[in-house]
Unconditional design. Structure first.
Length: 471
């Protein structure tokens, strides 16, 4: 059977203004932008049972700055706009974050020269940065390697919980009338020229009672397919516009001593600033940092792979060993600490020489592509959403009243923040270790798909239980 999915969020004619395909950080940001900032009727369709289950389930959680990419690129413009909005939005929606900055360390004369050039380049771009000697490095982070001769402090970087960012965008969107349909795989789309809308068919991906096949009508379709973004054109019988080249990043997690049998590591990274190596043209490099929820981690690596399914295959022993060595170089005290877990993420970069984002419209129809959103996507998500939404608005002839003020966000509507970490940790505990938390109300139950967030919530829950037992 085919059930119509035109629910309350659709317009009076049963047609959504916009349908978003894909529930990662970019799809959720686009949904939020169109529902909250534009006031449109919107629906997000995600094939997984859970949001943020693809590329968004394995990133770092360190929001970068625009200077990490080439000026003049679309990626740079989206980062500029995203960085203008991010911290305010994190604060308003209750996303755990700290404005830590990041400290990049050099151990050789050649690396120090590289950091000096990087300092000059970023300073010329107007970014707040400091060049530090060994004494200044150790003053910021006493556990850092004293062999580091030069450090570049990039003050604008932000440590943020990587899972609660897309969840916050989806939460804000749904609280302002957007609809989110999970367990629905879009299988076809055709444009109805008489009705001037897309007819989109989706198949339920499991046997649950509310997972029947659905048919949608929407004036615009925005494809945020992530790792599968190059397959979106096939939904309407068109050739692919770009090719995704997944890039894998592996991470290791260190024990914090909260669980029996693990050695504690409370004395390292007390300064709270992520420590990185010298960035290269192809990678920001490996970090050692405490997550926004206090988990001690190291990564990522960077390797082109063919796998697209998430979660990816397990971290290999040689990769784990290389990350342990990188962690011990930055923080020698970590050489005595136990690795308690690993995870890996996949980035949907583009195949070939083009490393820029793809955000573009079909030549004639209101069908929009967002692709090639690599490791900067978490930071740039609000900027990506703003840029894409302007394209959609221009095509449909329905712009925001203040669309020209690209950094502005509306102050009307429902801005209820997320439940706090204590609430989420209690829900996580009460749900018996199935990896989910219940946000309550219509938003309901969600799997904590990101291992770093899951470790952080579990850490918070363990420590709270220990404190209660000691009282």
């Amino acid at each position: 059977t085919v059930s119509c999915a035109m629910g309350e969020a659709a317009g009076g004619d049963g047609v959504f203004d916009a349908l978003v395909i894909g529930g990662g950080v970019v799809g959720c940001a686009v949904l939020r932008e169109l529902a909250v900032e534009y006031g449109w009727s919107c629906v997000l369709v995600e094939q997984s049972p859970w949001l943020a289950s693809g590329a968004s389930s394995g990133n770092t959680g360190i929001a970068c700055t625009p200077s990490d990419v080439d000026p003049g690129t679309l990626e740079h413009r989206c980062l500029v706009e995203g960085c203008r909005r991010n911290v305010d939005m994190y604060q308003r929606l209750g996303v755990p974050h700290q404005c830590t900055g990041s400290l990049y360390l050099a151990y050789t004369a050649e690396e120090a020269d590289h950091l000096r050039r990087e300092h000059a380049r970023r300073e010329e771009a107007g970014e707040p940065v400091d060049l530090l000697d060994t004494c200044a490095i150790l003053a910021i982070e006493p556990s850092a390697n004293p062999a580091a001769t030069c450090g570049l402090l990039v003050k604008g970087e932000v440590t943020v919980d990587p899972w609660l960012v897309p969840i916050a965008w989806a939460w804000n969107a749904q609280n302002n009338g957007a609809r989110i349909d999970r367990r629905q795989r879009v299988v076809s789309a055709r444009f109805d020229h008489d009705a001037e809308c897309w007819r989109v068919d989706a198949e339920g991906t499991d046997a649950s009672p509310n997972c029947s096949n659905k048919r949608y009508a929407a004036r615009a379709v925005i494809c945020c397919g992530g790792l599968w973004g190059d397959q979106m054109e096939g939904l309407r019988g068109a050739p692919e516009r770009f090719k995704i080249q997944p890039r894998r990043g592996d991470f290791i997690l260190f024990s914090d001593g909260s669980s029996e049998g693990h050695s504690a590591a409370p004395e390292v990274l007390t300064g709270g600033v992520p420590l990185g190596g010298v960035p290269t043209p192809v990678s920001r490099g490996v970090y050692v940092w405490r997550s926004a929820l206090g988990v001690l981690a190291c990564g990522p690596t960077a390797e082109n792979v063919q796998e697209r399914t998430t979660p990816p295959s397990a971290t290999s022993q040689p990769v784990q060993a290389s990350l342990e060595a990188a962690a011990s170089l930055a923080v020698p005290g970590l050489g005595h600490k136990e690795v308690c877990g690993t995870y890996a993420g996949l980035r949907p970069g583009l195949s070939g020489s083009n490393r820029d984002y793809v955000i573009e419209a079909d030549d004639a129809l209101p069908w929009f592509h967002i692709g090639g959103i690599r490791s900067t996507g978490l930071t740039a998500s609000l900027g990506i959403a703003a840029h894409a939404s302007r394209l959609v608005g221009q095509r449909l002839g329905r712009m925001r009243d203040h669309a020209e003020a690209s950094s502005s966000v509306t102050h009307t509507g429902n801005w209820t923040p997320l439940p706090d970490v204590a609430y989420l940790a209690e829900s996580y505990w009460q749900r018996g270790g199935d990896g989910t938390v219940d946000f309550g109300g219509e938003f309901g139950v969600h799997l904590v798909t990101h291992p770093l967030t899951r470790a952080g919530i579990a850490r918070f829950s363990r420590r709270r239980r220990q404190q209660q037992q000691q009282q």
